[in-house]
Design a protein around this ligand. Sequence first.
Ligand SMILES: Cc1ncc(COP(=O)(O)O)c(C=O)c1O
Length: 400
Amino acid sequence: MNSNEIKQKENQYVANTYARYDAAIVQGSGARCSDADGKTYIDFTSGIGVNSLGFCDTGWSEAVARQAAKLQHVSNLFYTEPCAQAAEKLIRLTGMKKVFFSNSGAEANEGAIKAARKYSFMKYAEEAEALGKSFNRYEIITLGDSFHGRTIATVTATGQEKFHKFFFPFLQGFSYVKANDIEDLYAKINENTCAIMAELVQGEGGVNDLEKGFVEEIKKQCAEKDILFIVDEVQTGIGRTGKLMAYEYFGFLPDIATVAKGLGGGVPIGGVLFGEKTAEVLHPGDHGSTYGGNPLVCAAADYVLSLMTKEFLADVCKKGAYFRSRLLEMEGVESVSGLGLMIGVALKEKSTADVVKACLAEGLLVLTAGKKIRLLPSLTILKEEIDEGLDIFARVILPS
Ligand SMILES: Cc1ncc(COP(=O)(O)O)c(C=O)c1O
């Protein structure tokens, strides 16, 4: 099919929930892909942070193909080797204690919310009952400009009004603190707070860095009041920031962390990682997923994780620094945010929508986030691919 035929068919048959870029991508290799009309692109999006090893990495493709030909799925009624292997690697590399495999970031956050509420109930419900009080210690604080997913619970957790328009009534027990505002944090924490959930670099909200002092204060409040700190690493996790997990930059292990996106390198897998306090909270019957952690996606995750060495992560940092130094030299750039290969670019003049469109026309794929351009290239992107893409970007954003 040519591009127009693909677009026409999708527009006719697929629900109209996505404002698609005007391109039908058919194949890719590394950080390059091409559309159905043969036009080629440098990819600075990696499928919104999913294709951590780029398009169709040979080792990754072979691992997936091998598993697909052996055992693709058997349900969570059974033990499987890929699940065991991926879980072991994930736990050893992250320093957490246990993992629940999900299919997506939103689903991982749902699991985190359920586990946090169960932890609180198991520990504090009896006390409330003994005092003749109803049990209300289920409130979860999230941050303004956060993004945690599209299900009802995670859209409620998402601290952005624009996602809250039509879907009420929302889940009870969420409140929002302005990011990096310690006074607001003090004002919102109360005796019913059971967890605080945050991205350490906010992705969709604009690649906004959380300040060290603010994260320290969350840690302190959580430790003092037995509030669980849930870190949403769906976008930042699995090497994206140049550390395996962004919480390493802040020197702590969260009570719960969620991952997805880059974990599978292109297949749908996420995970809820449980720390010391929460590792034994969920029991059989509390939570589950038909597909979660099936052999196919775990073989992919196992392969991705097998590459996450110190050298690999140091290379991500090096590439991130190179991106930053080149971006900051560009005339049209106001500032650069983010960590590693999670990069936010505030522009001086041009609108982000116009820049995305112009980049696409010139053969470069970029994203937006909040009021910025967001770059999430594959972690394996080559120097010449970075240069080729940044040359296009510099031309496109040049103030008129
Ligand atoms: C930080 C964060 N959390 C959760 C999600 C939701 O993930 P998914 O789209 O896989 O449900 C996203 C997706 O962009 C995200 O960036």
